[in-house]
Ligand binder design. Structure first.
Ligand code: UDP
Length: 328
């Protein structure tokens, strides 16, 4: 396994994947339409600008490079937007996956690591969440990813394309060595918003509800360093290359932190006051999401190495050095 296609490799998690593969000596080809990604985030890899829904574009990429495996990040991922515009989400995410699998089948590529999400579970039946728990997404984003997991399963049976569907919990942090980080427009995620408030780019952080059934009333999430996430993808690819069995894997730390705990930790890490104001709940937020990462540990040999302070410290380094993100 030498040449890896990273679709969506100019985005937040995809660019961290690209950096890790380059560091490990792989030849990396990034395919990205740059609609949410940034060309500046692609370092040490070939970039081909195009849309994964475009079969002719993918045919050109697969013909130009001897691709051994695919990691697919190319997708829309905003929960709120998906509720307002489900056609956009099914249209892009599902069509993109169909197109990618078609190209893989036609070009004889038989391994894919796919970005899935904890949103496939919907309202969890228990904590921590295991891969075998009920999957009943409560928004079109999660539903589009679960639909693709179904397609992957059938494609494995029909065409022998093996897959790892990695169900991310809350990705955060940055790669301070590579000088890449998180830059979304608009930004909706808690940790970047908290750090923008620390930089004075926002007056305050809105806490979306403090009447949840949790210890301090705010939502609890499982935050995982983006470099640990990237490492899990590499392990998953190597696992598939060894002939490992297809399936879903949770990627989380196994620990939960409340919104208030995140803000408090960010105050400690940055030394800034970070004003916070309680606001109404955001629609569709489950109160607690914590991963069981037992399967990824046991089957992939993965071990998250960076805790919450490191996550926030690395994100802070990125935001301080790039207050306007990539500036594009
Ligand atoms: N959150 C918040 N204020 C914000 C952004 C997020 O209180 O400005 C909360 C949100 O309700 C959720 C948690 O922070 O409970 C993490 O939200 P994020 O959007 O980062 O990730 P999600 O869990 O939705 O994938």
């Amino acid at each position: 396994m030498k040449t890896i296609l990273v679709a969506g490799g100019a985005g937040y998690i995809g660019s961290h994947m690209t950096a890790l593969l380059v560091e490990k000596g792989y030849d990396v080809v990034v395919a990205d339409n740059l609609c949410t990604g940034h060309w500046q985030a692609v370092k040490g890899a070939r970039l081909r600008v195009g849309d994964v829904r475009d079969g002719a574009f993918l045919d050109r990429v697969f013909s130009e490079f001897p691709i051994d495996g695919v990691i697919n990040f190319a997708a829309f991922s905003l929960v709120g937007e998906s509720v307002a515009d489900p056609l956009k989400y099914y249209g892009n995410n599902v069509t993109g996956a169909v197109s990618m699998l078609t190209a893989m089948k036609n070009h004889g590529v038989d391994k894919i690591v796919f970005s899935s999400t904890a949103a496939t579970y919907g309202e969890p039946e228990k904590q921590p969440i295991e891969e075998t728990d009920r999957t009943e997404p409560t928004n079109p984003y999660g539903a589009s990813k679960l639909a693709i997991e179904g397609l992957l399963k059938w494609s494995d049976r029909a065409y022998g394309i093996r897959y790892a569907a990695l169900r991310y919990f809350n990705a955060a942090g940055s790669n301070t060595d590579a000088g890449i980080g998180e830059d979304h427009h608009p930004e909706t995620h808690l940790i970047p918003i908290v750090l923008q408030a620390a930089l004075g780019k926002r007056d305050h952080v809105g806490i979306y509800g403090d009447d949840y059934p949790t210890a301090d009333g705010t939502c609890v999430r499982d935050y995982i360093h983006v470099r640990d996430l990237a490492q899990a993808h590499l392990l998953a690819l190597e696992y598939l290359d060894r002939g490992g069995e297809s399936g879903p894997f949770n990627l989380g730390s196994g620990d939960g932190f409340s919104v208030k705990e995140i803000i408090e930790t960010a105050r400690k890490v940055t030394g800034k006051p970070i004003p916070a104001v309680v606001e109404p709940r955001r629609a569709g937020d489950p109160s607690v999401l914590i991963a069981s990462n037992r399967k990824a540990r046991e089957v992939l040999g993965w071990k998250p190495e960076r805790g919450l302070e490191q996550i926030i410290a690395d994100a802070w380094t990125w935001h301080q050095g790039h207050p306007d993100g990539y500036g594009d």
